[in-house]
Design a binder for this molecule. Structure first.
Ligand SMILES: O=C(O)/C=C/C(=O)CC(=O)C(=O)O
Ligand SMILES: [Mg+2]
Length: 215
């Protein structure tokens, strides 16, 4: 299967989880949540390797957030945590690109994060990863480098809410459909990007990907 057709197997809605790692919540001065914080990105946010990340016009603080992506394999409506992994079809590595200045302003005003999180190119993703390749999604290393310098290095064992819990929780409110992507939150180390930066990110030694920030 080509990279493109693999990519198309999960081109549907993007459900994102925020503040799912204590250290990331702390680095942005946020309290640890008592339940998952969910937000959505539109499908127009997807890009795959070979496409550039665009800094949206007027954004002065574009940040990277490396995240484990869970690809839904079958329709999930109000599933229990114990059943949730049965609805997972595979995984992907994703970047939750964030216009941090816009998000900070939206937070101050009590406005939604849609522009800060959902602009075009705000969801770079890897190729599809078969489910069997990640036997325990709650214990896998995540890393991200900018121009060769490590910025983020975490492990999903430090997530506040597990993959099972997140799939179950999201399915209480949104019907999860085959091809949907659930981004599970980012570890600490987010930082500002500038035009021409090269981002490399990976899941342990399993998969890596590279994206350039448009010049
Ligand atoms: O509340 C904030 O200041 C920022 C939260 C996020 O951007 C949440 C995430 O997307 C995440 O934790 O991955
Ligand atoms: Mg995020």
């Amino acid at each position: 299967m080509s990279k493109l057709s693999q990519f198309r197997t999960f081109g549907k809605k993007i459900v994102c989880v925020g503040r799912n790692y204590r250290e990331h919540a702390a680095e942005l001065g946020n309290p640890v949540p008592s339940k998952p914080i969910l937000f959505l990105k539109p499908t127009s946010a997807y890009i795959s390797e070979g496409q550039a990340i665009k800094i949206p016009q007027g954004c002065n603080d574009l940040n990277h957030e490396v995240e484990l992506g869970v690809v839904i394999g079958s329709k999930a409506i109000q599933v229990a945590p114990e059943e949730a992994l049965n609805y997972v079809g595979g995984y992907a590595l994703g970047l939750d690109m964030t216009a941090r200045d816009w998000q900070s302003e939206a937070k101050k005003q009590g406005h939604p994060w849609s522009l800060a999180k959902g602009f075009d190119t705000s969801c770079p993703v890897s190729a599809f990863i078969e489910k069997e390749k990640i036997p325990d999604p709650n214990n896998i290393d995540l890393w991200l480098k900018v121009n060769g310098e490590t910025k983020q290095a975490g492990n999903t064992k430090d997530m506040i809410f597990s993959v099972e819990y997140l799939v179950s929780y999201a399915s209480q409110y949104f019907t999860l459909e085959p091809g949907d992507l659930l981004l599970t939150g980012t570890p600490s180390g987010v930082s500002k990007l500038i035009p021409g930066d090269i981002i490399q990110a990976g899941l342990g030694n399993l998969i890596s990907m590279q994206f350039e920030v448009d010049k």
